[in-house]
Design a protein around this ligand. Structure first.
Ligand code: ZN
Length: 150
């Protein structure tokens, strides 16, 4: 696991150990399940909306440090954003981790999420980092769905 040491920066470790917004949200307006069989990560995302705004975002489940930290950072970052903004940030995040990298437009949108940029060097961890995001997208677009990264 030595090659992962560099990747596990302080923020990632912190969020992996003490995830924020980590709780079941009963009667959430939108929710979805996600799993990443490659690593064994499971998460469920809960969202309550206020009109078009993501008012409350919570997650629960179990997964590796990367998937937990990514979900934790995501819930913090997207709280108070509109659905459209959240989907734009999702696209930026995906480009940063699995695509051609960040752009001048994306960097300010990503903010603290930039700590996960190092994941792009570890292709097997990309699905861990994007699991919560795919699940959130499913919760917003197709509530009560199940997604798999496979
Ligand atoms: Zn994982």
């Amino acid at each position: 696991m030595n090659d992962l040491r560099e990747l596990y920066q302080e923020v990632i470790l912190d969020h992996g150990r003490r995830p924020r917004n980590f709780e079941v949200l009963e009667h959430a307006q939108c929710s979805a399940d996600g799993c990443n069989p490659l690593c064994g990560d499971h998460c469920r995302i809960y969202v309550n909306l206020d009109g078009d705004i993501l008012k409350e975002i919570r997650f629960h489940g179990n997964g590796c440090a990367i998937s937990t930290a990514s979900a934790s950072l995501m819930t913090q970052h997207l709280q108070g954003k509109s659905k459209a903004e959240a989907l734009e940030i999702f696209e930026c995040f995906h480009e940063m981790i699995a695509g051609s990298g960040t752009t001048e437009t994306c960097t300010p949108r990503l903010g603290k999420l930039m700590v996960l940029e190092g994941v792009r060097a570890y292709p097997t961890r990309v699905k861990c980092a994007t699991l919560a995001w795919h699940t959130l997208k499913a919760a917003l677009e197709r509530p009560d769905s199940e997604v798999s990264t496979e």
